[in-house]
Design a protein around this ligand. Structure first.
Ligand SMILES: CC(C)(COP(=O)(O)OP(=O)(O)OC[C@H]1O[C@@H](n2cnc3c(N)ncnc32)[C@H](O)[C@@H]1OP(=O)(O)O)[C@@H](O)C(=O)NCCC(=O)NCCS
Length: 199
């Protein structure tokens, strides 16, 4: 497959036109283990609108020609939900110091080309441009090792994140609710944060 990939940082109304494609991609990628997300288009639109409405957020989009093949989101932690802020407040962080890299999704056909690294670089550059952050963070869902939907060849992203300079902080835990493939309603999932101290 010939690929003409470009990765761009977008904010605000410039993103509006991409909402349907971004929602489709998120539902497709997060269907897989460990997310197992039973996609909900209304949840997606609400999620993406938060980023579009916040002038300090960023969405990084990977295009192949004009096709959206990947996306990555980030926002200062102070604008996030109470459940995400809670562990930082309980552990005596100043929320103004924390920049939150929320999610990355990439079409399977485009993995292994360095786009995931570019997603981190763009989000960290955005945090630098905003200025004033001491910590960059993201969180990861914890699934039991014997989860019935865990693929035999599943490789966690821990090494990828370590290599980008992030360290797992087991003291920073929260829950995040969504509807699993096997659920009839939303249930809270345990999430653990990873942290990198900014320059
Ligand atoms: C996470 C994701 C965006 C990474 O994208 P990618 O473009 O394939 O990653 P890159 O090509 O930039 O890989 C960078 C490095 O990480 C390694 N890597 C990538 N995915 C990996 C994995 N699943 N396990 C171990 N290492 C991995 C690559 O080998 C590469 O290593 P190198 O620097 O030594 O060459 C992509 O795998 C994805 O969309 N996954 C599903 C959704 C997800 O888990 N999102 C993250 C949490 S929200």
């Amino acid at each position: 497959m010939s690929k003409n990939i470009r990765v761009e940082r977008l904010s605000g109304t410039a993103l509006q036109q991409y909402i349907p494609e971004l929602a489709r991609l998120r539902i497709e990628v997060f269907y897989d283990f460990p997310y197992l997300y039973a996609g909900d288009i209304n949840y997606e639109k609400k999620y993406l609108q938060t980023y579009i409405d916040c002038p300090e957020s960023v969405i990084v989009i990977a295009f192949d020609d004009d096709k959206v093949v990947g996306a990555s989101t980030a926002i200062p932690m102070k604008f996030e939900t109470d459940e995400l802020k809670r562990p930082f407040i309980e552990n005596a962080y100043n929320l103004d110091d924390v920049f939150y890299c929320s999610e990355s999704v990439l079409d399977k056909n485009y993995r292994g080309y360095g786009i995931g690294v570019r997603f981190f670089e763009h989000r960290e550059a955005h945090a630098q441009d905003l200025g004033g952050f001491k910590h960059i963070t993201f969180c990861c869902v914890e699934r039991p090792a014997d989860h019935p939907r865990r693929p035999a060849d599943y490789v966690p992203l821990d090494q990828f994140w370590n290599k980008r300079g992030y360290v797992k902080h087991p003291e920073l835990k929260t829950t995040y609710s969504w509807k699993d493939l096997d659920d009839t309603e939303e249930t809270p999932k345990p999430m653990t944060f990873w942290l990198k101290h900014d320059r």
